[in-house]
Design a binder for this molecule. Structure first.
Ligand code: ADP
Length: 153
């Protein structure tokens, strides 16, 4: 018997959960896509955050629902506006890696007041990153439910 309290055991369990166990498939658009295409992709793929990539899957931007809504309020032709001029751009993107602790990612989501982080893999000796997943508030909610039902792997 370890003498650990229930809450200590729970804490230990939570601090072992990594991003790769809960991450979702990333939905990406190309940097040359229009804002109109990005809005269609967001509806069709049923996600709240899109990642913008170049032809080599290198992460270059993030698009949220409000980024697209804000642009839609203007009088511009949405088919003529490329996503690259409205997205949040690297290096101002908060990212995570598959081996990061889910609790650290939850803290980043709170601190930065954002809904999702791209899960990335470094390429070209860390000068660029490739998008391999998506970690959202919904994924974090799933951790809570699994903990309550003691269904953690
Ligand atoms: P919404 O704007 O729809 O409420 P978010 O809160 O996720 O969605 O996004 C707020 C702002 O932060 C947007 O301008 C978006 O481009 C940006 N953003 C979203 N995710 C990230 C991220 N992982 N890193 C940096 N900026 C982000």
């Amino acid at each position: 018997y370890t003498g650990k309290t229930g809450s200590q055991l729970l804490t230990e369990k939570v601090k072992q959960i990594t991003v790769q166990e809960y991450q979702s498939i990333p939905v990406v658009v190309n940097q040359s896509s229009s804002v109109y295409d990005a809005i269609c992709t967001m509806f069709l793929e049923d996600v709240g955050t899109l990642f913008v990539v170049d032809e080599y899957s290198t992460l270059i931007g993030v698009l949220s629902r409000k980024d697209l809504l804000r642009t839609s309020l203007g009088k511009q032709d949405l088919e003529a506006v490329p996503v690259s001029i409205i997205m949040t751009r690297m290096p101002n993107i908060t990212v995570c890696q598959k081996d990061d602790l889910i609790i650290d990612v939850a803290q980043k989501l709170i601190d930065k007041q954002i809904d999702a982080l791209p899960v990335v893999k470094e390429v070209d000796r860390g000068t660029k990153v490739e998008v391999i997943g998506r970690l959202t508030k919904t994924n974090i909610t799933k951790v809570l439910v699994d903990l309550a039902y003691d269904e953690l792997i």
